[in-house]
Design a protein around this ligand. Structure first.
Ligand code: HEC
Ligand code: HEC
Length: 305
C-alpha cells in the first residue's frame, strides 16, 4: 500500500482509537469462567462459543482483521505525519509493536528471562484467530481475575505475562514500554468497538474431557512433528531461510511454571490450532495432548510469586 494512503487511514482511525481507550477503562465486567471449561457444543458455531466464553459480542473475522496491517504500520515513515502530537502517537504504537515482536531484545535481560517474545505465543502480531489473538483486549479490562482473586486492569495483566510467560519481572506501570504496549493493543483493537472482541479471540474452545496425557506417545509425535524447528531437546532454533525463530519449549530459556502454557488446558488448544507452524489444525486433539504432556514433562524455570 502506498505510504500516503496508510497515513490517511491511520489518521482516520487515530481519534477513535485513543478516545476509546479511556472509555473502556470504566466498565467492569462480571467474573468469567476459564475459557476451556466450556464444553464445545457441535451445535454452536465457533463465534457463538467464543461469545459464551467471554460474554462479549464477536466481530466477524473479515471486519476484525481488516485495515492496515501491522507490517505496513511498522514500515510507515513518520515524516508523512505533520502534527507533532499525532507523530508521537504513531511512534508510540510502533514502539509497542517492536516490544511485542522482539521482547527480549527491546526490554533486556533485566525484565525478560527467556527467549520468548509476546508474539511467540500471541501469533501474527497478536492478530491470529485462535493463536491467542488479542484483538479487542482493551474491552476486557478492568475485570475480575480468578487467579488474582480481585479486579485487575490491563496493565496488571500485561505484568503477569512478563513475570510468567516471559519468565521476567514486572515493568514500571507508567513507563514508556507499558504505554507503548497499551497503545499497540488499542491499535490492534481498532475494529472491535466497546463490548466486543475479534473472531477467534484467545484460544480455540476446547474440551480435554476424555483425553489422557501420554508422554511416551508424545515423545514420538514431537520428534516427527516439532523437533525440526524447536530442536530435539526443545531448545528452539532459527530458520535463517524463513527468517523465523522457533522459541524454546522447555529448559532454562522457556516460559516458567506460572505461565498459562504450563497448563494443558491452555497449551493443548494452542498446539492443536497452530502447530506445526503453518499447518495448524492437522493434529488431532489426542495427538496435541500427547505432545503437550511430553513438552510439560521437562524441567523449566520455577515461578516465584
Ligand atoms: C508462553 C506464551 C506467552 C507469551 C510469551 C506471552 N503470552 Fe500473553 N498470554 C498467553 C496465554 C496462554 C494467555 C491466556 C489466553 C487465554 O486464556 O485465552 C495470555 C494472555 C494475555 C493477555 C490477557 C488476555 C485476556 O483476554 O485476558 C494479555 C494482555 C497478554 N497475554 C499480553 C502479553 C504480552 C504483552 C506479552 C509479552 C510481554 C505476552 N502476553 C507474552 C501466553 C503468552
Ligand atoms: C516450521 C517450524 C515449526 C514447527 C514444525 C513447529 N513450530 Fe512451534 N513455533 C514455531 C514458531 C516460528 C513459533 C513462534 C511464532 C512466532 O514467533 O510468530 C512457534 C511457537 C510455538 C509455541 C509457543 C512459544 C513457545 O516457545 O512456547 C509452542 C508451544 C509451540 N510452537 C509448539 C510446537 C509444537 C508442539 C510443535 C509440533 C506439533 C511445533 N511447535 C512445531 C515454529 C514451528
Amino acid at each position: 500500500m502506498n505510504r500516503k494512503l496508510i497515513a490517511y487511514f491511520f489518521l482516520l482511525f487515530a481519534p477513535f482509537l485513543f478516545s476509546s481507550c479511556a472509555k473502556h477503562q470504566k466498565s467492569v465486567s462480571a467474573p468469567e469462567s476459564a475459557p476451556t471449561s466450556l464444553k464445545p457444543s457441535p451445535k454452536l458455531s465457533l463465534s457463538k462459543q467464543t461469545e459464551k466464553m467471554y460474554g462479549l459480542k464477536v466481530v466477524p473475522e473479515k471486519k476484525a482483521y481488516h485495515g492496515i496491517s501491522n507490517r505496513d504500520l511498522f514500515a510507515f515513515k513518520n515524516s508523512a505525519v505533520k502534527s507533532p502530537q499525532k507523530k508521537k502517537k504513531v511512534q508510540l504504537i510502533q514502539y509497542g509493536f517492536k516490544i511485542f515482536n522482539n521482547t527480549p531484545k527491546e526490554m533486556g535481560k533485566k525484565d525478560v528471562g527467556d527467549l520468548l517474545s509476546c508474539g511467540s505465543c500471541h501469533l501474527k502480531d497478536g492478530r491470529a484467530p485462535f493463536g491467542a489473538s488479542l484483538v479487542g483486549v482493551v474491552n476486557r479490562y478492568p475485570r475480575y481475575s480468578p487467579r488474582d482473586k480481585r479486579v485487575i486492569g490491563l496493565r496488571q495483566r500485561i505484568e503477569e505475562c512478563f513475570e510468567r510467560s516471559e519468565n521476567g519481572k514486572e515493568i514500571p506501570k507508567t513507563g514508556k514500554p507499558m504505554k507503548a504496549l497499551l497503545a499497540y493493543f488499542a491499535f490492534i483493537s481498532r475494529s472491535a468497538p466497546s463490548g466486543t472482541i475479534g473472531y477467534g479471540y484467545g484460544l480455540k474452545p476446547f474440551s480435554l474431557k476424555g483425553l489422557k496425557p501420554n508422554v511416551k506417545k508424545g515423545k514420538l509425535l514431537f520428534a516427527a512433528n516439532c523437533s525440526k524447528c524447536h530442536g530435539l531437546n526443545g531448545q528452539g532454533g532459527m530458520d535463517a531461510k524463513a527468517g523465523l525463530f522457533a522459541p524454546p519449549l522447555w529448559g532454562g530459556r522457556s516460559f516458567n511454571t506460572g505461565a498459562g502454557f504450563y497448563k494443558l488446558k491452555k497449551v493443548v488448544p494452542f498446539i492443536q490450532a497452530n502447530m506445526p507452524y503453518g499447518h495448524g489444525g492437522t493434529l488431532t486433539p489426542e495427538q496435541a495432548e500427547e505432545i503437550a504432556s511430553f513438552l510439560l514433562s521437562h524441567p523449566r524455570p520455577v515461578f516465584h510469586p
